[in-house]
Structures are given as structure tokens and as C-alpha cells.
Design a protein around this ligand. Structure first.
Ligand code: HSE
Length: 348
């Protein structure tokens, strides 16, 4: 196996997704080294709730995870510098790769946008699951990465680790993608599936929250804003558009009643919240809204929190991918696959 660089990682944010990724790194450490020549050390973690720690010689990640699992703060770690905020950690630590997994602010990009910008300007790779920066500034950030000779990858921003962006960029390279269309939000698909079993909307939403599918504020899910962000990201990073959130027409599922679901069923249809972005003569058209899908359509069979996307291409026709759209391990995996892609691109 070719010897690659040893990644020095800094986590900005260490919530469910960051911890899920840390678990994967620990569990697969030897396998990743043997199969891909991938080696890492975590030098810094800076989190709004847990505090921060930086040690230029690397942290013992198992120890960090044990501490976090028993409710300790990062400041309780025995060595290293404490109290650095995200920007100081990004600029002044010796990390070469930033794992940006803070909370998403779709409207402005939030502090995450500045984290990504600062890291790329400092010549550090960024892997991130944060939709905010990509939704607000994909073009600027991708150009910034190019200019600084580093990578910015964000597979997890669209339906967690289920391949979408990397699928389009790499596996479907050479194809013209004419349209991407599908189910991009697990919460709403779960609610509609439960309503078909006769459950009231409110009860189904409550259950989706209990199961952890819905965002902290589920308005983003049920009003279609989460799916709108994903359609925007696909439009700008895969379809070559330069759109803003408002350019993606949006309608959620709050107007669909139990009666509508029942009526559709009798007609041999199913309501689905469908996101799409397609090439037209007038440019890229993108939207999110409820559609009545015939029962024999592949997307009609996608039930519960599962997501699915069909890529319509010139060389292959339709390619459909079905998989999870959220979850600790599933989103953690997206960070791993992005890091392995960077590792593969490095000189041996
Ligand atoms: N709340 C989202 C969903 C998950 O239900 O699909 C992450 O975007």
C-alpha cells in the first residue's frame, strides 16, 4: 500500500455527527490504514457545549470519547491548551484538515460559513456535513479551495452518507446529468407513510421527532425547507446553476390531509414530497413540492424515513439510489468517504 499523508484533524463541533464520525475512526483505524494507507490523529476539538482542547501532539480519541460519554467536558482532558474558539482552532492549530460539523443555518450559512472560509484560506482541507455554507456560498468556497490547493467536500449535506454529490461528480463523471429528482427528506416521507396507515398528521410528526428524524425545529422538514436546501446544493454543485434558496420553488406537506392520502390511495397513487432540479431551455429549474405518484413508479415504493434520488443521464438513462438520509453513523460515514477521497488524491 502506498504511504499517504497522516491527517491531522480538528473537529469544529462535536455533537451527534462529530461523535459518530469519531466512533467510526476508532473502530476502523487499523482497517483504514491497511486498506487505504489512511492514518490520522485528532489534534483539536472545539465545541459550543463541550468546550475545547488542542494538543499539537494529538489527542487520545478513545479517552476523549470515554470522557464525553460520561458527561465530562473537553476542558477536563489532562493535557493540551483549553478554551480556543473555532476560529482560533482553525487558524492556529497545526491541523491540516477541518471537520466542520456545527449546526446548520440555512438562511445565512451561520458561523459555519466563516469557519469554512477561514480554513480554506489557511490552506486546510475541509470536510463537512453542514448545509449552510454550501447552500449560501458553494461557488465561492469551491473556488477558494482550488486557489489554495486544498479540497472542500460535503457529501453529507445531501441525504447523509447515501451517495449523491460524489456519485454525480465521480461515479457518473462523463455523463450529462439532465435531471435529479426524488425524496430528499426522511421526516416528511415517514409522516406520509404513517398517514397512509391511518395515523393523524400531528401524531406522525410527533413520532418522527421521537425517532430523531426531524430537525430540532420540524418546521424546516414539514414546510420543505430542508429539502429545498438539498435541491439548491444539488443545483449549484452538480447541475452548474448559481441559485439562491428563494430560486427553488417550495411547498411543504402541511396542506395534505388524511383524506387526501386516502383518496390518492383509492386512485392507485401515493403522495410524496418530491424535490427536483432539471435542465431546461431557459436554464435550471428547481422545486420542492408534494406530488401524487402512481403506485408502480419506483419512488412510490420508498417508504418510511428512507430517501431516494433518480439521476437522469444521457449515457445511462435513469440511475436511482435509495438509502438513509440521516443518522449518526450514516452521516459520520459521509465524512469518512470524503476524507478517503482526499487521501486517494494525495501524492503517495
Ligand atoms: N431532518 C432531515 C430529514 C435529516 O428528515 O431528512 C437531515 O437533513
Amino acid at each position: 500500500m502506498v504511504k499517504k499523508m497522516k491527517f491531522r484533524l480538528a473537529f469544529i463541533g462535536f455533537g451527534v455527527v462529530g461523535q459518530g464520525f469519531a466512533d467510526i475512526l476508532l473502530k476502523k483505524e487499523h482497517e483504514l490504514k491497511d486498506r487505504y494507507g489512511f492514518e490520522y490523529e485528532v489534534v483539536a476539538i472545539s465545541d459550543m457545549k463541550l468546550g475545547s482542547v488542542y494538543d499539537e501532539d494529538g489527542l487520545d480519541l478513545s479517552r476523549v470519547m470515554n470522557m464525553v460519554n460520561q458527561g465530562d467536558r473537553l476542558e477536563d482532558y489532562p493535557t493540551g491548551i483549553k478554551g480556543w474558539d473555532p476560529l482560533k482552532t482553525i487558524k492556529e492549530s497545526n491541523a491540516d484538515t477541518i471537520i466542520e460539523v456545527t449546526y446548520t443555518d440555512m438562511k445565512t450559512g451561520g458561523p459555519a460559513l466563516e469557519h469554512v472560509r477561514t480554513a480554506l484560506k489557511a490552506g486546510k482541507h475541509v470536510v463537512s456535513t453542514n448545509k449552510g455554507p454550501v447552500a449560501n456560498a458553494a461557488k465561492e468556497l469551491m473556488e477558494l479551495a482550488d486557489r489554495n490547493g486544498v479540497k472542500y467536500r460535503f457529501e453529507g449535506t445531501v441525504v447523509s452518507g447515501t451517495p449523491t454529490i460524489n456519485l454525480a461528480w465521480e461515479t457518473l463523471a462523463g455523463c450529462e446529468i439532465k435531471e435529479i429528482k426524488g425524496i430528499l427528506n426522511g421526516t416528511t416521507n415517514y409522516i406520509l407513510s404513517k398517514m397512509e396507515e391511518g395515523m393523524e398528521y400531528e401524531d406522525a410528526l410527533k413520532k418522527a421527532q421521537e425517532l430523531g428524524y426531524a430537525e430540532a425545529d420540524p418546521t424546516g422538514d414539514v414546510e420543505g425547507i430542508d429539502a429545498q436546501g438539498k435541491v439548491l446544493i444539488l443545483s449549484n454543485t452538480v447541475m452548474g446553476a448559481d441559485m439562491e434558496l428563494e430560486d427553488v420553488a417550495r411547498e411543504g406537506i402541511t396542506g395534505i390531509s388524511l383524506q387526501d392520502v386516502e383518496e390518492a390511495k383509492k386512485e392507485g397513487h401515493r403522495w410524496k414530497l418530491i424535490g427536483s432540479t432539471k435542465k431546461t431551455e431557459g436554464g435550471i429549474e428547481a422545486s420542492v413540492g408534494p406530488e401524487k405518484i402512481p403506485m408502480d413508479h419506483p419512488l412510490a415504493g420508498v417508504m418510511g424515513p428512507t430517501n431516494a434520488l433518480t439521476f437522469t443521464t444521457d449515457l445511462l438513462g435513469d440511475v436511482t439510489i435509495i438509502g438513509p438520509g440521516a443518522g449518526k453513523m450514516e452521516t459520520g460515514f459521509s465524512l469518512l468517504v470524503d476524507l478517503l477521497a482526499i487521501n486517494g488524491a494525495m501524492e503517495g
